[in-house]
Design a protein around this ligand. Structure first.
Ligand code: MRU
Length: 345
């Protein structure tokens, strides 16, 4: 197996791979402190929609285990405080809020003892973790049928094992097609400014032995106009019932160019990424530190330090530019406002 596992639950501690250090260093961090896990999400040591949901669930479990509460009611207060803290880490990926909601409903149950309440919270975090892995395998089983032998697939950002509990969503589809024997090639975009494509996707694909070519984000139009891309497969941070896909900044640009060149664009994501409540105008797009743009990876200044900067971390691709959405429950096609609610049922 070529893929990595970024989380390990150590009964009272969480161990995670610091993706900020990749591909130069494989640094694992271990902590029993929920605040340290919250900071790992904010600074993007842990990133990717399903992975931050899993991390937040483990963080809440750590808050329960480290609580000094003397009663179940006090423990519940501590846990709910931790949930509020994790809600403030990153605003866009809905999986975070989905996982926290699951932890909250476990916290709100009645328990006869502190230890049974703590055990239930740890159990739920472990279930969220295991379910995500299983979900990705199912997404990939459905998705691999869309990839043909000999295809060149373009992907953006990192929707791999490093963004999930394991295996990956978009990279899971690519991985499964490859493992089935399809001779595919991948074009990975570098994904400015945090470079998840160059640092993480390339690292994962090289580990798996899948041929990969790295391009800068601005080369997408060129490669598509030269007929070098057969399909686009990306992940998602939030999918609305209308089929609007919120994903890494640059996805919308890729979708427009793919549509211009009749290249199908597939979105691979678990149903926990589907937000059935929010409307497109209400979606909060995270605006990150301007220094991520002024500096390359916090080190090399590439502009006038005082320049005004925009740094939205995500964009919104409208449904008409999306060919299909691959979930663990099946593949949804247009009109998404009819097919997505059916999948959720
Ligand atoms: O800012 P990031 O790195 O957390 O953004 C990640 C993405 O946009 C991924 O494409 C998305 O979360 C899907 S991960 C399976």
């Amino acid at each position: 197996m070529g893929e990595v596992a970024i989380f390990e639950w150590l009964n009272g501690k969480l161990r995670w791979l610091n993706t900020l250090k990749l591909p130069l260093e494989e640094e694992f961090i271990e902590s029993g402190d929920p605040e340290r896990v919250a900071r790992a999400i904010e600074t993007m040591e842990i990133r990717g929609a399903p992975a931050i949901g899993v991390a937040a669930a483990f963080g809440v479990a750590l808050a329960a285990l480290s609580s000094k509460a003397k009663s179940v009611a006090e423990l519940r207060r501590d846990v709910l405080r931790a949930i509020e803290r994790f809600k403030r880490t990153r605003p866009t990926a809905v999986n975070l809020f989905w996982a926290l909601k699951r932890m909250e409903s476990v916290a709100m149950k009645e328990y006869g003892s502190l230890s049974s309440a703590k055990e239930a919270l740890v159990g739920e975090a472990l279930r969220i973790f295991k379910e995500d892995l299983d979900t990705n395998l199912r997404i990939s089983e459905f998705g691999k049928s869309l990839i043909n032998d000999g295809d060149t697939v373009l992907t953006h950002c990192n929707a791999g094992a490093l963004a999930t509990a394991g295996y990956g969503t978009a990279l899971g589809v690519i991985r499964s097609a490859w493992r089935e024997g399809k001779k595919i090639k991948v074009i990975a975009t570098e994904t400015r400014p945090v470079l998840q494509g160059a640092r993480l996707t390339v690292w994962e694909l090289v580990k798996e032995g899948i041929p990969v070519t790295l391009i800068t984000d601005s080369m997408v139009g060129y490669v598509m106009s030269r007929g070098l891309v057969d399909k686009v497969v990306v992940g998602a941070d939030r999918i609305l019932l209308t089929g609007h896909v919120i994903n890494k900044i640059g996805t919308y640009t890729i979708a427009v160019i793919a549509s211009k060149h009749d290249v199908p664009l597939y979105v691979a994501a678990p149903t926990s990424t589907i937000d059935s409540i929010t409307s497109v105008n209400e979606v909060v797009i995270e605006e990150r530190d301007p220094n991520e743009v002024r500096y390359v990876l916090g080190k090399l200044l590439i502009t006038v330090p005082s320049v005004n900067v925009m740094n939205p971390a995500f964009d919104i691709t409208p449904p008409d530019l999306v060919t299909a959405i691959i979930t663990e429950k099946g593949i949804a096609r247009k009109p998404f406002s009819g097919t997505l609610p059916k999948l959720l049922r």
